[in-house]
Design a protein around this ligand. Structure first.
Ligand SMILES: C[S@@+](CC[C@H](N)C(=O)[O-])C[C@H]1O[C@@H](n2cnc3c(N)ncnc32)[C@H](O)[C@@H]1O
Length: 340
């Protein structure tokens, strides 16, 4: 069974994305489904996915440590990196977190004695999956019960559209008080999930750019930015020699040549943002993209099915996710098939 996590307010939205009647609700957590993952490569409202979820019980900290070791020993490929995501889904406060920390420590201690090679290849950094990364996920629903999932390489990389490299699918809020607004967190989070940052010297078109947080990130990275909006950006950004501002309609703007990045956070009806992204992809106007699709209510989410169907063939990497930094919106991000 596959377990899909959802944020409570998007629980129903995720259910609507999971086809068929085979799903079972795990209250407060998400949905358990027997669905073939190759049929649902894009689930915008899944916070995290456990591809091989198995219900598990263990009576003590050491018993949990043994469960984890038994689950991976003789299964993980030798000398290839693996990640462990481990978190509590019960109670309030620190008790569950503390228990998870104790179990992790017990697991490491036991591995030191019996399975040193496993400990050597345990990678504690949260980073995008490569084709050689395996992933072990475990969460506790009480001190003695939980769910466990082991995904052997290259599965985590293959499932990267719905499998977050971050524990529980949460990315810590990016902090930068000098940015014009908190919206910059969406760019940072997309970059972290892609494992690719806007780079120095790259060209960026920022549609709906004002007051300028997304342009701010691109400028900080050393990129050259064309910012399109009806209102100007914050004054210091307008003075930046690498920023070119145009008062124009985001939906009419066309770059004179292929750019490295389209970043677009324009406030518009979702279908307009979807059409804009598809047009840019079809015309191969950008190599990489981050585009927000904003919703007014909760009755527009089904518009995403068109994007899920039409965008992936136009992309070498396509993600559609409600980021941690998103409110009632999702972000489409990835790389197009335009030449590098
Ligand atoms: C959410 S704000 C963008 C915030 C920006 N990403 C930031 O981080 O500062 C949306 C922007 O889209 C702009 N906008 C809306 N419709 C537009 C259009 N048709 N053409 C250009 N800009 C538009 C608005 O003026 C507004 O500044």
């Amino acid at each position: 069974m596959t377990l899909f996590f959802s944020d409570p307010e998007f629980h129903t939205a995720l259910a609507a994305e999971l086809p068929g009647n085979s799903r079972r609700e795990l209250p407060g957590i998400g949905w358990l489904s027997g669905h073939d993952l190759s049929q649902t490569p894009h689930l915008a409202f899944a916070r995290q996915t456990l591809p091989q979820a198995i219900e598990t019980q263990a009576a003590s900290i050491n018993a949990w440590a043994d469960r984890l070791i038994d689950a991976v020993a003789s299964i993980l490929p030798d000398d290839q990196p693996w990640h462990l995501h481990f978190w509590p889904e019960y109670g309030e406060g620190r008790a569950g977190l503390h228990r998870c920390e104790l179990i992790r420590t017990a697991m490491r201690e036991r591995m030191k004695k019996r399975r040193r090679h496993l400990l050597r290849s345990l990678n504690e950094e949260e980073m995008p999956f490569t084709p050689t990364t395996s992933l072990v996920q475990c969460f506790l629903t009480s001190p003695e019960a939980g769910w466990l999932s082991v995904s052997i390489a290259p599965r985590p990389h293959e499932l990267r559209a719905i499998l977050s490299p971050f524990n529980r699918g949460f990315i810590p809020w990016a902090e930068d008080k000098a940015a014009p607004s908190r919206a910059f967190g969406k760019v940072i989070e997309s970059e972290m999930r892609l494992g690719r940052q806007i780079a120095a010297g790259e060209t960026v078109v920022d549609l709906g750019a004002s007051p300028g947080s997304w342009s701010y990130v691109a400028l900080q990275r050393g990129a050259r930015v064309t910012a399109i909006d009806r209102s100007e950006l914050r004054e210091d950004l307008m003075r930046n020699p690498r920023l070119h501002f145009e008062t124009a309609d985001a939906f009419k703007y066309k770059p004179p040549q292929t750019v490295d990045w389209l970043i677009c956070d324009v406030i518009a009806a979702p279908q307009r943002s979807i059409d804009l992204l598809l047009e840019w992809l079809r015309e191969r106007r950008m190599r990489h993209f981050i585009v927000t699709i904003k919703f007014k209510g909760d009755d527009e989410y089904s518009l995403l099915s068109q994007l899920k169907q039409l965008a992936p063939p136009l992309c070498s990497d396509f993600r559609l996710t409600r980021l941690h930094a998103n409110k009632n919106e999702v972000c489409a991000f990835g790389s197009s098939r335009a030449k590098a």
